[in-house]
Write a protein that binds this ligand. Structure first.
Ligand SMILES: [Zn+2]
Length: 353
């Protein structure tokens, strides 16, 4: 089925330079105005390309399917922030304001170009049965791919029901971790796309994995398969036709963790971090259970005239290893690893109520 391309906004915005700003959504499905509807968005940060590749692969796969494979609609926005993507930089490049496009939602139709684009994108996504916003991890850490949502943003009366629904949808995405942001991260009324969607009654999750500036093929494959599995689960895509095109794995229950219970292992001083896996292959893998006191690596002072002996860096409290430092040069208090045990999100949502 050929995708129909819709301009966001419908008419391009003229920038101060005279250049025209507009991005596009690929829309597919049998009934464009009826639920269920799934949106996949990427490229809110211009230095993250995994999501763009995932969206392109989704468009290719879905375009190859016959119209009768669809029982709902799909909206795919590969390049939500085309200006930053064009430059390969995280922030919005116009105006010298260092605006993070994913911190200004809901945007403002009467505002400047970045505000208008945010507002138009939000309008396109509100009211769908699910929105998935794809991001890449940071360059410093190897991160277990995860799905994240913000239950405190959901209006109180709907919180439990929507959180339960999101947990079910996240299972279908087949990622190893589901993170519940169980506390407010900043006091501003401006927020991320997923947070504002949740506030306004649209179920939304963020997927994060791989690294900025790189294409992580395994993560991309995992996401495409997970998104197809979600589309089948949502009743949007015919299972048999989808399985013919790509193997869709399903029924994976992710580790459910609370943000407030993720514990960092911090660098006690600056230096050169060498992870243990580099010395003894395959002994540390993301997702594995690590006991308190288990060695993660060593930290030495390569730039210090005293040439002090290296320190052992160990797990400070037992749990699953969610992230491990990749970049060796660290400053004091940099994160070397993240560890977490499974959290009782249902109880925490009751506390939030
Ligand atoms: Zn991002």
């Amino acid at each position: 089925m050929h995708a129909k391309y819709v301009g966001i906004p419908q008419q391009p915005i003229e920038l101060p330079s005279g250049a025209q700003l507009q991005t596009f959504a690929a829309v597919m499905g049998t009934n464009l105005h009826q639920r269920p509807g799934l949106a996949v968005v990427s490229g809110l940060h211009g230095n993250e390309c995994n999501g763009v590749a995932i969206c392109h692969q989704m468009i290719r796969l879905l375009s190859d399917m016959p119209p009768h494979a669809f029982e709902g609609r799909v909206i795919i926005v590969p390049a939500a922030n085309p200006l930053s993507l064009g430059l390969g930089q995280r922030l919005w490049p116009v105006g010298g304001l260092n605006v993070d496009f994913n911190r200004i939602f809901p945007g403002d139709k009467a505002g400047d170009a970045v505000e208008r684009l945010a507002s138009e994108l939000l309008d396109l996504l509100l009211g769908l049965s699910m929105c998935v916003d794809i991001h890449s991890g940071c360059t410093e850490l190897d991160l277990l791919p995860h799905c994240r949502t913000y239950p405190w943003r959901i209006p109180q009366g709907e919180r439990r029901q929507m959180a339960d629904a999101i947990a079910g949808k996240a299972d279908l995405l087949n990622l190893p971790v589901l993170e519940w942001r169980d506390r407010r991260m900043d006091a501003s009324s401006r927020a991320t796309l997923a947070e504002v969607l949740l506030e306004r009654g649209t179920p939304a999750v963020v997927i994060e994995g791989g690294t900025t500036f790189t294409l992580d093929d395994e993560f991309c494959r995992q996401c495409v398969s997970g998104l197809l599995s979600l589309m089948i689960g949502e009743g949007i895509l015919d299972a048999d036709i989808a399985q013919d095109r790509m193997p869709v794995t399903g029924g994976y229950t992710p580790l459910s963790v609370l943000s407030s219970e993720i514990r960092p292992v911090l660098a006690p001083h600056g230096g050169l971090f060498r992870r243990r896996s580099e010395e003894r292959a395959n002994e540390l893998t993301l997702g594995m259970w690590v006991d308190e006191g288990m060695e993660l690596g060593t930290l030495s002072w390569p730039i210090d005239a005293q040439q002090k002996v290296e320190d052992k860096i160990a797990v400070t409290s037992a749990g699953h290893l969610l992230a491990l430092r990749r970049m060796p040069i660290v400053a004091a208090d940099d994160v070397l690893a993240l560890v977490c045990t499974e959290g009782d999100w249902r109880r925490r949502i009751t506390v939030l109520e």
